[in-house]
Design a protein around this ligand. Structure first.
Ligand code: PEP
Ligand code: MN
Length: 338
């Protein structure tokens, strides 16, 4: 249930709404906007409460039920776009933020070369997996802690923030030591223990879409992060499973405008895992920017032929540089920049 306060409602009036909710065993979250405050009343029994419970209180303008399963991620709760700020880089504003780097951190030389090159070409965040959630237990699982240390070194050396995946709910603080942004992988989108711990960490987070999950399920998963008071959530579309088998996953471009309508959270797109092949990545990346994505997450490897993971879908350095030039033109044509 959403309680919208009148413009100029006093702090005491807001507190009275919160106290009434608390006395009824409900939780609350506040969205303090520039001219009004919105209070979300949360709990499994809110559906049973009459809206008058809050409508009668002084300073309340309106009370509406959110019929969708997700609440805090919804536009009803927060009408204005959320902008996530990472070391001065804003995700969700006019700038299109490109995160690029190898699928997996493999060794120092590979990571440093990738970091230097993606930064030079205009990427503002370095990606690299240290813990890899592989479909098969026999595939390379990542360098783990040694990989985190290399990411921390690259961050230091090139002054570029780092995004990396965390797979274990008990390793959130370990990964957060080396990462500016935590990534929740597609296979873990509904790992609620992981989401809760990342929510508590208050670290910026890229929440990838589960490849068999609906947009509603995805936004409801985002609520797990938001419910812990972590409002720095970035959604990442990375392709979904359909009957089409000529590509690895079908990139759901329509998710971008749908999310922009139903949620205030920034949306980025990973064309690499959808494409599965480097030759398809530029088209998907350009389509995503044209469709309104706030950023991209792209796999780039100095030598894709030798990559331990996802070499086929990784762009080499010159292809990445060329793509960035094309993306700049598309961004400019829609009033944005990279
Ligand atoms: C990744 O970004 O390295 C990755 C494993 O992606 P996804 O979780 O989308 O498969
Ligand atoms: Mn990958």
């Amino acid at each position: 249930m959403i309680v919208e306060m009148r413009t100029g409602a006093t702090q005491d009036e807001v507190n009275a709404v919160v106290e009434r909710a608390t006395s009824l065993g409900m939780d609350t979250q506040l969205n303090i906007g520039t001219d009004k405050t919105v209070v979300a009343i949360l709990g499994s029994d809110t559906g049973l409460l009459p809206t008058d419970t809050f409508a009668v209180l002084p300073g309340v303008e309106s009370v509406t039920r959110i019929m969708k399963p997700y609440k805090l991620a919804s536009r009803e709760f927060k009408p204005s776009d959320s902008v996530v700020s990472i070391n001065g880089i804003q995700i969700g504003g006019k700038r299109i933020v490109v995160m690029a780097g190898p699928c997996a951190v493999e060794n120092e030389e590979q990571l440093m070369e990738a970091a230097r090159a993606v930064k030079e070409s205009g990427a503002s965040i370095l990606r690299g997996g240290a813990f890899k959630p592989r479909t098969s237990p026999f595939s390379f699982q990542g360098l783990e802690e040694a990989g985190l240390q290399l990411l921390a070194q690259a961050r230091e050396r090139f002054g570029i923030p780092v995004v990396t995946e965390v797979v274990d709910p008990n390793e959130v603080s370990l990964v957060a030591e080396s990462a500016d942004i935590l990534q929740v992988g597609s296979r873990n989108m509904q790992n609620f223990a992981l989401l809760t711990n990342i929510g508590k960490s208050k670290r910026p987070v890229v929440l990838k879409r589960g490849f068999s999950c609906t947009i509603t399920e995805w936004l409801t998963a985002a609520d797990y992060l938001l419910a812990e008071g972590n409002d720095r959530v970035i959604l990442c579309e990375r392709g979904i499973r359909t009957f089409e088998d000529s590509i690895r996953f079908s990139l759901d471009i329509s998710a971008i405008p749908v999310l922009k309508k139903s949620s205030h959270l920034p949306v980025i797109v990973d064309p690499s895992h959808a494409a599965g092949h480097y030759s398809l990545v530029p088209s998907l990346a350009k389509a995503a920017v044209a469709a309104g994505a706030d950023g991209l997450l792209i796999e780039v490897h100095p030598n894709p032929k030798e990559a331990l993971v996802d070499g086929l879908q990784s762009l080499n350095l010159s292809n990445f540089t060329r793509l960035m030039e094309e993306l700049r033109q598309i961004a400019a044509s829609i009033g944005r920049y990279i």
